[in-house]
Write a protein that binds this ligand. Structure first.
Ligand code: C2E
Ligand code: MG
Ligand code: MG
Ligand code: MG
Length: 303
């Protein structure tokens, strides 16, 4: 028998709601006013009604300041609940099975985003998140390959960020899928490194090309020596395994500089840009790449 997914209590998850722009949005007020259980059924309806969409957050080379690509992050603007963050609906989707549809949608949008940017920069890479549980789905590999063929996006322009919220049921199968993607040229990123289930044994076994240091370690690394040690050790581990070290959650210039000095390769964070809708991302990209005004954060790295 299939156990029914647990509904999620919005009230207790208020903190998990993520909103762009900071402060308390009207959407957030709406979400709180309507705070009650979101059911799997309602998520499915939202998906069917096209209420889910991606936003894109840039990833930049910490040494040169150049944009290397972006990460696609899912958003849900529900007329009933307001803006619901992925920390709320992704776990629900994983329980209900809706994660498959959400992921396929996000992959497709990521590839069409990649196509648009490849004309400007042939080395641009778009990253999509993939719940590790989907790696044991027998059709996901074919679907990714087919989408790459259909969209004409080269495999090297796609990165899969593997997020592991629950232990994998079939590690061999998952490993097989990741290997095949890697052989094809798709980049594989170990997301949220250092938290949850993403472990050192997985690193040794899986063909990761990038290690993403979780923002919980990055955000206070300049004031908390214990966090700094975790970040420094993670960068070293990444390089030992010939992976790129990526830091998420860079909110200020000082953190950027310190990470650059440490040898961390790529960075992502609100200090560089919040996740943006496609149009806003394009404007941000142009402004960032324009020589004047030089973006604050790149001033020193160009010096
Ligand atoms: P993640 O993959 O680790 O993504 C990074 C999260 O950190 C994003 O939150 C991003 O908005 C946030 N972030 C980036 N820089 C900063 C910063 O400087 N400060 C702060 N405070 N936050 C920052 P978001 O978009 O709420 O996504 C949360 C998580 O939901 C993601 O964590 C990922 O695990 C999951 N997720 C999002 N979209 C998808 C998806 O399409 N599929 C799957 N399976 N999971 C997704
Ligand atoms: Mg990610
Ligand atoms: Mg991450
Ligand atoms: Mg994270």
């Amino acid at each position: 028998a299939v156990s029914l997914p647990k509904p999620i209590d919005l009230r207790s998850l208020r903190e998990a709601l993520t909103f762009e722009g900071g402060g308390r949005s009207t959407a957030q007020h709406r979400a709180e006013k309507n705070a009650r259980l979101i059911t799997a059924e309602e998520l499915s309806q939202g998906l069917a009604a096209d209420e889910l969409y991606p936003v894109f957050q840039p990833k930049v080379n910490l040494r040169s300041g150049q944009v290397v690509g972006c990460e696609a992050l899912a958003r849900w603007d529900s007329p009933t609940f307001g803006a619901v963050g992925p920390d709320v609906f992704i776990p629900l989707a994983e329980q209900s099975g809706a994660i498959k549809l959400i992921t396929l949608r996000m992959l497709r949008e990521s590839m069409s985003m990649a196509r648009r940017f490849l004309d400007r920069d042939p080395s641009f890479v778009v990253a999509a998140n993939l719940s590790a549980m989907l790696l044991t789905d027998t059709t996901i590999l074919q679907q990714i390959e087919q989408m790459l063929d259909e969209t004409g996006v080269p495999a090297r322009s796609l990165m899969i960020e593997v997020t592991e919220s629950t232990a994998m049921s079939d590690v061999d199968r998952a490993m097989d899928v990741l290997l095949r993607l890697r052989i094809k040229g798709v980049g594989i990123s170990m997301d949220d490194f250092g938290t949850g289930y993403s472990s050192l044994s997985a690193l040794a076994r899986m063909p990761f090309s990038e290690l993403k240091i979780d923002r919980s370690f990055v955000k206070d690394c300049l004031v908390d020596p214990d966090m700094w040690k975790v970040v420094a050790a993670s960068v070293a581990i990444a390089h030992q395994y010939k992976m790129k070290a990526v830091a998420e959650g860079i909110e200020d210039a000082e953190t950027w500089w310190a990470l650059e000095e440490l040898g961390c390769d790529i960075g992502q964070g609100y200090g560089i840009s919040r996740p943006l809708k496609l149009d806003a991302f394009e404007s941000w990209y142009q402004a960032w790449n324009a020589d004047t005004p030089v973006p604050v954060l790149t001033r020193r790295v160009h010096a």
